[in-house]
Design a protein around this ligand. Structure first.
Ligand SMILES: C[S@@+](CC[C@H](N)C(=O)[O-])C[C@H]1O[C@@H](n2cnc3c(N)ncnc32)[C@H](O)[C@@H]1O
Length: 218
């Protein structure tokens, strides 16, 4: 299994992951994200899938104002930050080792009066899910979280737990390996899934998934 979710032929495009920060103009804000690949690895750099999902949210296809949202595997938190700036109330989650860095980026980029709209919280897929009320989010967001095969069952369980049939799940993915396709097939057994966006420049797909109650009961 690859330790990092890319293959070596893409290395020139990856230099930006080694920068100590990355800047974006999104949601009418200049956002500056600190990065730390050397110490924290995949969770401390901004992946293209996050940028594409932010641009998709900015398009306004989904109304975020006042929506209860949760981001899974947030890494540096760019997606959650943008969702909060666009008006959502977001719980921004990742595994424990990523949280301190994540919280600092969130605090740095959300104006003080909007800070209550963005909570950083630990969520390791499949674990302690009872801390998150089932089906209570209107929007579940995930950028580049489909990459580790051993986490797929727990990720699917987490998506099912967090979603009601009224929840929209948006997953932005670079499909690198056949196993990533297999995850999507498993997702389709539980959710109605459609591709709603493709960024050809960055090779990132966005899938919209809605829990299908009748499929869950099969
Ligand atoms: C490739 S990074 C993507 C980070 C961010 N979403 C982005 O696109 O910039 C994958 C993220 O998933 C998180 N992750 C991996 N396995 C996880 C698990 N079992 N539970 C929760 N988060 C996990 C990592 O900590 C990391 O932040």
């Amino acid at each position: 299994m690859a330790l990092v979710p890319y293959n070596d032929t893409l290395l020139p495009a990856l230099a930006k992951l080694h920068e100590s920060s990355a800047e974006f103009d999104l949601a009418n804000h200049r956002i500056r994200i600190s990065q730390n690949w050397n110490q924290l690895g995949v969770a401390a750099v901004v992946w293209d899938a996050a940028v594409v999902l932010c641009m998709f949210l900015e398009m306004g296809t989904i109304d975020l104002k006042g929506k209860r949202a949760i981001e899974l595997g947030a890494g540096t938190g760019l997606v959650g930050i943008v969702a909060a700036l666009l008006g959502a109330k977001v719980t921004i989650t990742d595994r424990k080792p990523a949280l301190e860095f994540l919280a600092a980026n969130v605090q740095e980029n959300i104006p003080p009066n909007q800070q209550p709209s963005a909570q950083v919280s630990e969520l390791t897929w499949g674990e302690n899910l009872d801390l998150y009320p089932p089906g209570s989010y209107e929007l579940v967001l995930g950028a580049d979280i489909v990459y580790l095969e051993e986490t797929f069952p727990a990720l699917l369980k987490t998506l099912e737990h967090l979603s009601s049939e009224n929840t929209v799940v948006l997953l932005s993915c670079r499909i690198r390996y056949e196993r990533d396709e297999r995850f999507l097939m498993d997702l389709k057994r539980r959710f109605s899934v459609e591709e709603v966006h493709y960024d050809s420049e960055r090779d990132v797909h966005i899938y919209r998934a809605v829990k299908n109650t009748s499929k869950t009961e099969l």
